[in-house]
Write a protein that binds this ligand. Structure first.
Ligand SMILES: NC(=O)c1ccc[n+]([C@@H]2O[C@H](COP(=O)([O-])OP(=O)(O)OC[C@H]3O[C@@H](n4cnc5c(N)ncnc54)[C@H](O)[C@@H]3O)[C@@H](O)[C@H]2O)c1
Ligand SMILES: [Zn+2]
Length: 385
């Protein structure tokens, strides 16, 4: 005999949160915690060693003073792990959790993720599972974080098999994008964030694209000068965030609309894997963006002039646009899941329509299939850097 019960757990949740963009935002943290109803929770700041050296003390100072003004003050603590993608692992997560437990943190915790994408991915994932889940706030300090990693609620760690394989969707309770922090990033780190920035302009906003063209192409400005221009960097932070927010809002769990964010990533990610992550993500995305323009040109999704404008902007920023000489098409195809034997397969691509919009296909889909044999042939005839 089988007894069958139905566990009815349908629920609607409101996971809305504020996103603050500005300069020197550490002072906003107490107000943000308060507005989220978290001013009485005990704060665990999680950061990496580089960001800790830069602003750990300042952030702890603000949070300690805010905690002292509470009726039952509980000292915030900072947990620092060594900088670097190689530390975005389950092992680091465990060490952070053990340190938090040893320091007496419990369900009544709010995590503050202070740093770039490595920190927000790792600290967000710690928050997702600590005592079955505690809230977290992200204060992002890199352009990659501002353009991408801090928004969307995707948290994860890497494994030896692949990056970002183990994780959770866990939305932050607030995101702070501190543009002043970009001043200490290297040119290479800034360029890395420009891959995703140009992607956003290509997929959603022609004006944004033209403002970038104006700085980098017409005036010959550098990423360093971009950071020095408060108005321009503030605008870039805002448009990046608005575009990512608009896409994520319309499609929280990666359905159709969110596929637009894959622009330039089908080839870009495969190239990244084929090169064994020797090239930064933003550079691979830049190459992928240029190549989806070139492929889209074959189908008339954009004009030769528009494709050239994308190439010219990426080059002016200092990003690569051509496949590096050392990588084989076979390796890229394999990274897309198509080895020599699977001749019959197809690969799903998203394409920009002109500049500032996405091409849509049957049923409103943002993706279409291209026969893998054609993709291989296309890649084989591309110029190499
Ligand atoms: N969850 C998502 O949706 C998503 C999206 C994109 C990227 N990511 C992840 O984000 C990571 C890449 O992001 P990232 O480039 O910010 O990495 P990161 O956090 O490692 O930061 C890059 C480097 O800059 C340093 N740094 C951070 N802020 C600084 C500052 N203000 N001044 C000087 N140095 C500073 C860091 O210590 C690090 O060495 C990857 O792990 C990637 O998987 C996640
Ligand atoms: Zn990306």
């Amino acid at each position: 005999m089988v007894t069958r019960l139905n566990v009815e757990l349908t629920r609607t949740v409101d996971e809305s949160y504020p996103l603050l963009i500005g300069t020197d935002l550490a002072g906003e943290l107490p107000g943000v915690l308060d507005a989220a109803g978290l001013s009485r929770s005990r704060v665990a700041v999680i950061t990496d060693s580089t960001v800790n050296d830069l602003i750990g003390a300042q952030v702890m100072d603000v949070l300690t003073r805010a905690a002292q003004s509470q009726p039952a003050p509980r000292a915030p603590r900072i947990f620092v792990f060594p900088t670097g993608e190689e530390n975005k692992t389950r092992a680091t997560k465990e060490q952070l959790e053990d340190a938090m437990l040893a320091a007496g943190f419990n369900r009544d915790t709010v995590v503050v993720a202070l740093g770039g994408g490595v920190v927000s991915d790792l600290a967000g994932f710690v928050a997702a599972t600590f005592t079955r889940g505690v809230p977290y706030i992200t204060m992002t300090t890199t352009l990659v974080g501002a353009a991408d990693a801090a928004i969307g609620g995707k948290t994860a760690v890497d494994t030896p098999v692949a990056t970002n394989l183990i994780g959770a969707f866990h939305q932050p309770r607030a995101v702070l994008i501190d543009v002043a922090r970009w001043a200490t990033l290297t040119d290479a780190q800034l360029r890395d964030g420009m891959g995703e920035t140009v992607k956003h302009a290509c997929l959603a906003d022609r004006d944004f694209f033209e403002i970038l063209e104006d700085h980098f192409v017409r005036r010959g400005g550098s990423v360093r000068e971009m950071v020095g221009d408060a108005e321009l960097s503030g605008y870039i932070a805002r448009r990046n965030a608005e575009i990512k927010v608009e896409v994520v809002q319309s499609d929280v769990h990666e359905g159709n609309r969110r596929m637009a964010l894959n622009l330039g990533h089908t080839i870009g990610r495969a190239l990244e894997a084929a090169l064994d992550y020797a090239l930064p993500h933003g550079e691979c995305v830049a190459i992928g963006l240029n190549l989806q323009c070139r492929l889209g040109l074959r189908y008339g999704y954009l004009s030769e002039t528009e494709a050239t404008r994308v190439d010219t902007l990426l080059r002016a920023i200092g990003l690569p646009t051509e496949l590096p000489a050392g990588v084989s098409v076979a390796d890229i195809m394999r990274a897309m899941g198509h080895d020599k034997k699977s001749l019959g397969g197809a690969i799903r691509f998203v394409f920009q329509r002109g500049i500032g919009a996405m091409e849509t296909f049957a049923g409103g889909s943002y993706a279409r299939e291209i026969p893998s044999a054609e993709v291989r042939e296309f890649l084989e005839v591309q110029p190499r850097s």
